[in-house]
Design a protein around this ligand. Structure first.
Ligand SMILES: C[S@@+](CC[C@H](N)C(=O)[O-])C[C@H]1O[C@@H](n2cnc3c(N)ncnc32)[C@H](O)[C@@H]1O
Length: 215
């Protein structure tokens, strides 16, 4: 099981129009599943704190992109932490975006073709969304393209070494630490990665990794 899991994880699916449509449809439907796709998150959770600290410091008027925002549960806390900034919450699925609070700049779109000019964000982050992008090189390229020089990018996603621990849709990809570091370093002057847990008093078990890059 583990062998086959690893084998299939290493195969790179092609993002055909059919697969892109299937992914979008799946998340349009998933928006109704509040248990697995919740609209809020406890701000004490370290993933939230890592995003807030990782994208900062941010001044008034700064623009922050949440790529694959889902229902905006992270974006709400980022907007609260940086009240002078505009948090743009982008997602593939309109049904997800409809659950996000309207004071966020909500945009329907794909991180594979971000509808923003080059260097138009001071910071960006993606939490458990890059794993659904399929064409990972392109998505990382897009996230870095829209960042200003000196802008910061935070990615929280699952660790390929733990592949098989959770059920996943067939297109989902988990990442080795070095794999994303290599991609990020193509576009960014620095990139680092660390394991991250949910709670301060619980050591990371290795399932989640947090990458932070500076363009
Ligand atoms: C597991 S949810 C995570 C949502 C949110 N980041 C969070 O942590 O609550 C993954 C989200 O990524 C979105 N997504 C998947 N592929 C995407 C793409 N290519 N571009 C933008 N959003 C995408 C899905 O619609 C879904 O809302």
């Amino acid at each position: 099981m583990r062998f086959f899991g690893r084998f299939f994880q290493n195969r790179k699916p092609q993002l055909t129009p059919d697969l892109a449509a299937e992914i979008r449809r799946s998340f349009e439907q998933a928006a109704a599943d509040e248990e697995h796709f919740p609209s809020s998150i406890d701000p004490r959770i370290l993933h939230v704190r890592a995003v807030i600290e990782g994208v900062g410091p941010i001044g008034a008027g700064a623009r922050v992109l949440d790529a694959g925002c889902g229902k905006g549960r992270f974006a709400v806390h980022v907007a609260n932490a940086y009240p002078g900034a505009l948090v743009v919450a982008l997602d593939l699925a309109c049904a997800m975006l409809r659950c996000a609070p309207p004071h966020l700049g909500r945009v329907a779109g794909s991180m594979l073709e971000l509808p923003f000019p080059d260097s138009s964000f001071d910071a960006a982050y993606a939490t458990e969304s890059l794993e659904h992008a399929v064409d990972i090189e392109r998505a990382v390229g897009e996230l870095c393209r829209v960042l200003k020089p000196g802008g910061r990018l935070v990615i929280i996603d699952k660790n390929a070494r733990h592949w098989g621990r959770l059920e996943t849709p067939p297109w989902e990809k988990w990442f080795r630490e070095e794999e994303l570091l290599r991609l990020l370093r193509r576009h960014c002057r620095s990139a680092a990665c660390r394991p991250i847990s949910y709670w301060e008093d619980v050591a990371p078990d290795g399932l989640f990794l947090c990458w932070i890059a500076v363009k």
